[in-house]
Design a protein around this ligand. Structure first.
Ligand SMILES: Cc1cc2nc3c(=O)[nH]c(=O)nc-3n(C[C@H](O)[C@H](O)[C@H](O)COP(=O)(O)OP(=O)(O)OC[C@H]3O[C@@H](n4cnc5c(N)ncnc54)[C@H](O)[C@@H]3O)c2cc1C
Ligand code: FES
Length: 268
């Protein structure tokens, strides 16, 4: 029997740094060999001993040999991640799935909420490749904006939107798209709430601009056998979580339905 690749095996590592990004978001740094080769948009399964194992996008990849996840506190597992201190142990499997393609050219990246955790390393990688990147980043309110300095440093233009107008333009991340997309882009990347990504896809697709969207579903095995993450027959843990326009166009559930733990389809 051939040995499974190192990335499929759980590794124990310790937390090397914790950064408080906002009241509800922390970035947790760790050292892991397999994560150093990850693509932006790929994710890891993070095991918090005695609590749970949850999927997290890599929000930083090989920064002086370290990687990071940026975690929004929403329930028990993420609350436990927020309690971690330097030196505490976590388990890591992955990186899993397909990440974003790095294109040279005029790129637009649209991030919503904690979706910025996958977009920040993407924008940095695109800038390193010599691309000209415009970023639109939307949040509900100014105090929820995170990783903004990283986006600002690597983009040519950063447009911030907040629903309450406390920072940047008042409204949704999709509001500036109508005029922006007419400027002409070679590709549009997006990660965030699915309703937002669906809108981004529709607007870009009708102008013939290719889209890559990072979808989120329940992830368990992450090796394509349990079926938890399937969207219209596409296994997000293997064929995604980043999907391109051709696949997005034929998905009936995208932007409309997701599966609960029971497998039941519910509206988004
Ligand atoms: C590919 C991917 C990347 C993600 N990246 C990030 C990120 O960068 N930052 C971030 O803050 N969040 C990210 N998430 C969402 C994150 O995984 C969930 O917020 C987290 O699992 C919630 O766990 P909880 O116990 O704190 O919350 P609850 O909502 O209370 O979760 C209840 C239960 O659901 C499970 N659960 C919830 N969502 C998922 C899921 N998608 N897959 C498997 N189990 C789940 C939890 O393990 C727990 O057992 C990502 C999800 C996916 C699929
Ligand atoms: S998480 Fe098991 S098939 Fe994708």
């Amino acid at each position: 029997m051939s040995a499974s690749p190192i990335r499929h095996r759980p590794r124990i590592t310790s937390v090397t740094r914790v950064e408080e990004e906002s009241t509800d978001v922390k970035t947790i740094w760790f050292r892991d060999e397999a994560c150093l080769d990850a693509q932006p948009g790929q994710f890891v399964m993070v095991w918090i001993p005695g609590v749970d194992e949850v999927p997290m996008s890599l929000s930083a990849i090989d920064v002086d040999g370290l990687s990071a996840i940026t975690v929004k506190r929403v329930g028990e597992a993420t609350e436990s991640l927020h309690k971690l201190r330097v030196g505490d142990l976590i388990g890591v499997r992955g990186p899993y799935g397909r990440g974003f393609t790095i294109r040279r050219g005029r790129c637009l990246a649209v991030a919503g909420g904690i979706g910025v955790s996958a977009i920040a390393p993407l924008v940095e990688r695109l800038a390193d490749a010599g691309s000209d990147v415009t970023v639109v980043y939307g949040a509900r309110t100014g105090s929820e904006l995170v990783l903004v300095e990283r986006l600002r440093r690597s983009s040519k233009r950063l447009i911030i939107t907040t629903e309450d107008g406390t920072v940047g333009q008042k409204g949704l991340a999709t509001d500036p798209l109508d005029t922006l997309l007419d400027e002409g882009f070679d590709i549009v990347y997006t990660c965030g709430p699915e309703a937002m990504m669906y809108r981004v896809f529709l607007e870009a697709d009708r102008r013939g601009i290719p889209v890559e969207a990072c979808l989120e579903r329940i992830m368990r095995c992450c090796v394509g056998i349990c079926g938890s993450c399937v969207v219209d027959g596409v296994r997000l843990c293997v064929e995604g979580p980043v999907l391109g326009s051709e696949t997005l166009r034929r998905l009936e559930e995208f932007g409309k339905f997701r599966r609960e733990f029971s497998g039941r389809l519910v509206g988004i």
